[in-house]
Design a protein around this ligand. Structure first.
Ligand SMILES: CC(C)(COP(=O)(O)OP(=O)(O)OC[C@H]1O[C@@H](n2cnc3c(N)ncnc32)[C@H](O)[C@@H]1OP(=O)(O)O)[C@@H](O)C(=O)NCCC(=O)NCCS
Length: 192
């Protein structure tokens, strides 16, 4: 499994259990069908996909990718929204198993959608270590970027995400109950 990440200086090589090639890469103009198959699977099992502009992705993939490039470059962002890089984990260049978003310039207070990293793994590919793999790669990038640590916000009961964060050294930094009585947990992973 070859792991490459768009902005990383060093690529890493690993193998998955089926000896297939995986790469963590920025979404590009060739990935529309594979990406929407992943989104369709989330929606088919009753999970929303609020992480990116899916209506635009369905209507005009090239415009969607152009919007992602603008997000990375900080172009046309609303006030208070920092640049974001959207990476996907791709198998054999054809199947997308998950997505991870990286926002290195995020400043406190950390809140849902306003944290350094968010991720999601396609339902049929869960419990295979892919969240752990994606997070580890983006943490390498964050270290290379020189930021002291990253905040990740978990809403409600999410043992898979909490365990993923704990495995990367995350600790609970803040907890509060929001206006919908949902417990919100802010985790911090120190990087240096
Ligand atoms: C949370 C999520 C990203 C986990 O992805 P995943 O690829 O299944 O996670 P991994 O296989 O890398 O597992 C990482 C660790 O979490 C554990 N884990 C994963 N899902 C779990 C679950 N539902 N319950 C308990 N532990 C779980 C794994 O066992 C592993 O720990 P271990 O190595 O000690 O056994 C995935 O369930 C998901 O996309 N959920 C919906 C979106 C979401 O909640 N995103 C996070 C928002 S904060």
């Amino acid at each position: 499994m070859l792991i490459t990440i768009g902005r990383m200086q060093d690529s890493k090589t690993n193998m998955n259990q089926n000896n297939e090639k995986l790469s963590l890469t920025l979404l590009d103009s060739t990935m529309g069908d594979a990406y929407l198959v992943m989104v369709d699977e989330f929606e088919a099992v009753g999970e929303d996909y609020p992480y990116n502009n899916i209506p635009l992705a369905r209507e005009d993939w090239h415009a969607f990718v152009a919007e992602l490039r603008d997000e990375e470059a900080g172009i046309n962002l609303p006030p208070g929204i920092v640049p974001q890089w959207t990476y996907v984990l791709v198998e054999n260049r054809t199947t997308i198993m998950g997505e991870i978003r990286y926002r290195p310039a995020t400043a406190p207070p950390f809140r849902p959608g306003h944290d350094h990293i968010g991720y999601n793994v396609r339902p049929s590919y869960r419990r295979r270590g892919y969240a752990n793999l994606m997070l580890g790669q983006v943490l390498d990038q964050a270290r290379a970027d020189g930021i002291p640590g990253v905040a990740l916000v978990v809403e409600g009961d999410n043992p898979g995400s909490v365990r993923t964060i704990a495995k990367s050294g995350g600790t609970l930094a803040e907890e509060y109950t929001d206006e919908h009585s949902t417990l919100v947990s802010v985790y911090w992973i120190a990087l240096h």
